[in-house]
Design a protein around this ligand. Structure first.
Ligand code: NAD
Length: 290
């Protein structure tokens, strides 16, 4: 396929590299001038998109996605697919899909989980919103860049799945960390806490697979000085998107709101920026009730 790849950052760069390795012809564009070995370099996003079968975007946020989409859609050939893999708000995803449909294009929102490691290894999970036709066209590309692609329904549903999942993740991580900090103060050692909770009704992915306590459970960022992993500021971004969606949809999400407040405080006022999101444990450890 002829693929345009817009946004060659930490995620987009290795994803584009995997498409090239699999034999696809990739033309790349990034405002920062970043390039990927084996990709043709375009002078603009619109130039990259011209004649492409699929235009992939991997960008920081919804406002940038909307601006790039307004540029590339008029340059695309009818029948081609605009495939956005960024994590953005549901409204932007749906607005971009509407613009694409009006121009006779397919559109998919396909945010990922798996992080930079998954992007490099080609083991991402894609959560996909959009039509069956567009999904069928993009499926071979999902198979190269990832290990799983779940078609979640119409446009916007991929973003909806992503932010609901990450709202659970943020809330659960905080619950796991505050419980460890309480256990410490009650004199319960962390290994016993892990052994009980990981096999009892308090178990979760954050406890069992990504334990925030160093030296306990499987290897995780806690065992590496809380180097991310999944950085706290990225969790903060995703919690912001889930609250934005909850407000728009009139959904009551008090735990998501509290998790947002705590990560905001952690990132902006407590040196949490650049730390893995599981570094909430040392944060709680240092605090009392006051
Ligand atoms: P990044 O900042 O490394 O990459 C974004 C790239 O987009 C940058 O290279 C930037 O120069 C480029 N860009 C910005 N505006 C542009 C424009 N107008 N035209 C062309 N290029 C432009 O970010 P990332 O870590 O690669 O993340 C990308 C997206 O993936 C984000 O939406 C993020 O939330 C999501 N995501 C990231 C991770 C992760 O672990 N990094 C995990 C899952 C999802």
């Amino acid at each position: 396929m002829n693929i345009a790849f817009i946004g060659l950052g930490n995620m987009g760069g290795p994803m584009a590299a995997n498409l090239i390795k699999a034999g696809h012809s990739v033309t790349g564009f990034d405002v920062a001038g970043t390039t990927v070995e084996g990709a043709r370099v375009a002078a603009s996003a619109a130039e990259a998109a011209k004649g492409a079968d699929v235009v992939i975007t991997m960008l920081p946020n919804g406002a940038i996605l909307r601006a790039v989409a307004a540029d590339v859609i008029p340059a695309m050939t009818p029948g081609a697919v605009l495939l956005d893999c960024s994590t953005v708000d549901v409204e932007s995803a749906r607005a971009v899909a509407d613009l694409a449909a009006a121009a006779g294009l397919g559109a998919l929102d396909a945010p990922v989980s798996g992080g930079i490691g998954g992007a490099a290894a080609g083991t991402l999970t894609f959560m996909v919103g959009g039509s069956d036709e567009a999904f069928a066209i993009a499926k071979p590309l999902f198979d190269i860049m990832g290990q799983k692609a779940v078609h979640c329904g119409p446009s916007g549903n991929g973003q909806a799945a992503k932010i609901c999942n990450n709202m659970i993740l943020g809330v659960t991580m905080i619950a796991t960390c505050e419980a460890f900090a309480l256990a410490d103060k009650l004199g319960l050692d962390r290994q016993s806490m892990f052994d009980v909770v990981s096999t009892s009704s308090g178990y979760s992915w954050t406890m069992n697979a990504y334990c925030p306590a160093p030296g306990v459970g499987p290897n995780s960022p806690a065992d590496n000085g809380y180097k991310p992993g999944f950085a706290s500021e990225l969790m903060l971004k995703d919690l912001g998107l889930s609250q934005q969606a909850a407000e728009a949809a009139d959904a009551d999400t008090p735990m998501g709101q509290r998790a947002l407040e705590l990560y905001k405080q952690f990132v902006e006022a407590e040196d949490g920026k650049g730390m893995d999101f599981s570094a909430m444990l040392p944060r709680f450890e240092k605090r009392g009730r006051g």
